[in-house]
Ligand binder design. Structure first.
Ligand code: F6R
Length: 374
C-alpha cells in the first residue's frame, strides 16, 4: 500500500504532481479560456456579486487559505479575510449576506470548520467548500463544492492535500477574476498554461531537492529550533514549512514574515539557529522582484548575526549562493504558483529530519488525522 515508499508521507509527497494534475483535470480549457469549478449550486452572477470572501479553515488548510487570499486579491481584486475556524465563531463576525464563505478542509469533517460554516450560514452567507473527501459533511452542508482530487491522504501530516488546495484556490481566483472583468482570455490562458506546467516542475523539484534535503537533515537534525521566513504569498508557506517540522520531528519551529524579524525575533539569531528563507522570484513581475530584493536584505541580517540560512531560490539565481550556506533551487514560475514548488523541499526537509530523529512520521504523537472535536 505504501508503493515501495518507507512511509505514507513520503509516498504522498511524491504523489503531488499526479494530485495536481487530477485536481485540474477538466477544470479549464486552453481553447476557450474558461474555468469549470464543477459541483456548484451558486451561479456565475451570484459569484460575481460577492462583496468579499471569508475563508475559515484549520492548520495546513488555513495556510492554503492564507495563500489563496493573495491569489484571489491579486487576480480578482476581491477582498478576502482568512480566519482560523476555531476563532471565527467567537469573534462575533459582522454579518454581510453578500460575503461568500469559503471552507477549506482535507477531511471535510473538522469540527471547528463545520462550526464556522454553520455560523456563516446563520449570518446569511452562501458557502463553498474546498474538500478532498467526496460527500463529506462540509460539502453536503455547502452551496458548492470544489473537490480536490488528491486521493486518500493517510499520513497525518498533510502534504498532497495542501498543494491540491492551492491548485483549487488558484482556479477559483481565475474564475472570480474573469467574472469580475479582471482577466481577459489571453491573460487567463497564460495563467492556465503555467498551471498546467506546474506538475512537471514539481517533479523536477522532487528529483533535485530530495538528495539535498536528505543531506541537510544530517546537518540539522539536532537543532533545537528553526525559523522559516517569507514575505507576501511566501509567508504562509513559511508557516506551513514550520508546521510540518513541528508536527513530525517535534522540533520547535516558527514561521515569520521576513520583514518582521527586526521588530523582535532578530534577538533569537545565533550560530545554532537554522533559518529557512523563501527567496524565489519572478523576473517578469516587478512586485515579486521587489519582494525578492527585500528578502535578500533580510537574509543578510540573519547571516550578519551568524544564523545558518537555507534558502529556497529560483533556478539561475547566482546571487543568493554567495550569501548563504545552503541553497535549494526551484524552477522559475509566476509568483502566485511558486508556493506549490516551494513547499516541496520544506516537506522533504521535515520528513528526513523526522526520520533521522527516529520519529513516527505517519502517526505523530498527540495528533489525529481528522479532528472531530472543537
Ligand atoms: C497538518 C494537518 C492539520 C490539518 C487540520 C485541518 O499537517 O494535517 O493541521 O490540516 O487538522 O484538517 P482538515 O483539512 O481535514 O480540515
Amino acid at each position: 500500500e505504501k508503493g515501495g515508499y518507507k512511509h505514507f508521507m513520503l509516498k504522498e509527497i511524491w504523489e503531488q504532481p499526479r494530485a495536481i494534475r487530477d485536481t485540474t483535470l477538466g477544470r479549464f480549457s486552453l481553447d476557450s479560456g474558461k474555468v469549470y469549478l464543477g459541483e456548484m449550486d451558486i451561479d456565475d452572477e451570484e459569484l460575481a456579486a460577492a462583496s468579499s470572501i471569508n475563508i475559515a479553515a484549520c492548520g495546513t488548510s488555513w495556510h492554503a487559505g492564507m495563500a489563496g487570499k493573495y491569489m484571489i486579491e491579486r487576480l480578482a481584486r476581491l477582498p478576502v479575510d482568512v480566519d482560523y475556524a476555531s476563532e471565527y465563531r467567537y469573534r462575533n463576525p459582522i454579518p454581510d449576506r453578500n460575503a461568500l464563505g469559503l471552507l477549506i478542509t482535507q477531511s471535510g469533517e473538522t469540527a471547528d470548520t463545520l462550526a464556522a460554516q454553520r455560523e456563516m450560514k446563520n449570518l446569511g452567507s452562501k458557502t463553498v467548500a474546498i474538500c478532498n473527501v467526496v460527500g463529506a459533511m462540509v460539502a453536503r452542508e455547502a452551496h458548492g463544492a470544489i473537490y480536490t482530487h488528491a486521493g486518500p491522504e493517510i499520513g497525518v501530516a498533510s502534504t498532497k492535500a495542501f498543494t491540491s488546495q492551492l491548485t483549487a484556490l488558484f482556479l477559483l481566483a481565475l474564475k472570480l477574476g474573469q467574472l469580475r472583468g479582471r482577466l481577459d482570455k489571453e491573460k487567463s490562458v497564460a495563467l492556465m498554461e503555467e498551471l498546467s506546467r506546474t506538475p512537471a516542475k514539481i517533479e523536477e523539484v522532487l528529483r533535485i531537492s530530495s538528495p539535498q534535503c536528505e543531506q541537510l537533515a544530517k546537518d540539522f537534525s539536532n537543532a533545537r529550533d528553526f525559523l522559516y521566513l517569507g514575505r507576501g504569498i511566501h509567508f504562509p508557506i513559511a508557516l506551513e514549512g514550520a508546521l510540518k517540522l513541528k508536527e513530525i520531528s517535534y522540533i520547535h519551529a516558527e514561521g515569520y514574515p521576513a520583514g518582521e524579524m527586526k521588530h523582535g525575533p532578530n534577538a533569537l539569531i545565533d550560530e545554532t539557529l537554522p533559518v529557512v528563507v523563501l527567496a524565489s522570484r519572478d523576473e517578469s513581475d516587478p512586485a515579486s522582484k521587489l519582494r525578492y530584493e527585500k528578502t535578500l536584505s533580510n537574509i543578510q541580517e540573519v547571516t550578519a548575526r551568524s544564523g545558518r540560512v537555507i534558502a529556497i531560490a529560483t533556478e539561475g539565481d547566482t546571487t543568493i549562493g554567495q550569501l548563504v550556506e545552503h541553497v535549494i533551487h526551484i524552477p522559475a514560475t509566476i509568483e502566485l504558483l511558486s508556493p506549490l514548488l516551494e513547499i516541496v523541499p520544506l516537506q522533504l526537509l521535515a520528513y528526513y529530519i523526522a526520520v533521522r530523529r527516529g520519529c513516527d512520521v505517519d502517526q505523530p504523537r498527540n495528533l489525529a488525522k481528522s479532528v472531530t472535536v472543537e
